[in-house]
Design a protein around this ligand. Structure first.
Ligand code: PLP
Length: 292
């Protein structure tokens, strides 16, 4: 929204409460009301990393398609590489991701997929741009080149990451993220903690957990100091109220069991759970991990 405004664009905001998914029907309503076809694009995020929510990309995209002229521009940074994002089947116009998430390599590369319709818009676009003018990247790409020097070192890293992904296979990668999501979310429930996100829309990449009367920042610090595991905190008004466990990319069953054990031990020390519950969390997680 800030970026769009910076470019002098007029923005209509469609919101949802933190932890709940975007309501596709709200998109439908706004798009249907736009009889003059003035809406140029709908920009939103598929997997919302700050809250652990995954949005119904397929349905929202179908409403954008019905509008006819608006493009979908989707941040798939923490969904690509974690779950299926069939760009063509869902008729997504612009999909963007970055090297530091599902691709498991350092930050510095970004990836973009664009529909024919999006390229036609790019041809017409008169918004100011230079370094990130996609037309120049496309032109160079056709000559197997780049308009500027790219982060070559990261391209080598990407080559290796893609080999690993190919070896594991996309279906297996998606299954692994799904089982880690289920293991994590169900284990924390046995630890008397509540999920922050709507359980029907849990992101495959990250689980956000409410700590209620426990200070989440202190909890995170304790886990960092005792186990050298870095949990993410809450952003903005959620700081101190939630912590987040990332399970995107280079993560295996051992990592999941370890983080659940660390959380259990810390809660046990705080007197928040019984030994029985601490043990149960591992049993519950194992049940989901065995399914993969
Ligand atoms: C990490 C992330 C980004 C990229 O963040 P930068 O730090 O700006 O590169 C964008 N969207 C989502 C949903 C993310 O998780």
């Amino acid at each position: 929204m800030k970026v769009a405004k910076e470019f002098g664009l007029e923005v209509i905001k469609i919101d949802s409460a933190w932890g709940t998914p975007l309501n596709p029907e709200e998109f439908k309503k706004v798009l249907e009301e736009d009889k003059q076809k003035e809406i140029k694009a709908v920009i939103f995020t598929h997997s919302e990393t700050s809250t652990g929510v995954i949005n119904d990309l397929e349905t929202i995209s179908s409403y954008i398609q019905q509008h006819g002229t608006a493009l979908s521009i989707v941040d798939c940074v923490t969904s690509i590489g974690a779950c299926n994002v069939p760009v063509d089947e869902w008729q997504l116009d612009i999909v963007a991701s970055g090297s530091q998430k599902g691709y498991m390599i350092p930050p510095g590369l970004s990836f973009i997929a664009m529909s024919q319709k999006a390229w036609e818009s790019a041809e017409r676009s008169n918004l100011p741009k230079f370094y990130l003018n996609l037309k120049s990247y496309r032109k160079s790409l056709l000559n197997n080149s780049n308009p500027y020097t790219p982060a070559v070192n990261l391209v080598f890293a990407l080559d290796e990451a893609l080999k690993m992904m190919r070896e594991e296979g996309l279906d297996k990668i998606f299954q692994r993220h799904e089982k880690h999501k289920l293991a994590m979310s169900n284990a924390v429930k046995t630890l008397n903690l509540k999920l922050f996100a709507d359980e029907r829309y849990l992101s495959p990449s990250i689980t956000a957990i409410k700590t209620e009367e426990i200070d989440a920042e202190g909890f995170r610090k304790s886990i960092k100091n005792n186990f050298d595991i870095l949990l993410a905190g809450g952003q903005d008004h959620l700081k101190g109220k939630i912590f987040r466990v990332g399970h995107l990319g280079y993560v295996n069953d051992r990592d999941i069991i370890t983080v659940i054990s660390a959380i259990s031990k810390t809660l046990l020390d705080l007197g928040k759970i019984t030994a029985q519950e601490a043990g149960e969390a591992i049993v519950v997680a194992s049940r989901y991990l065995d399914e993969g």
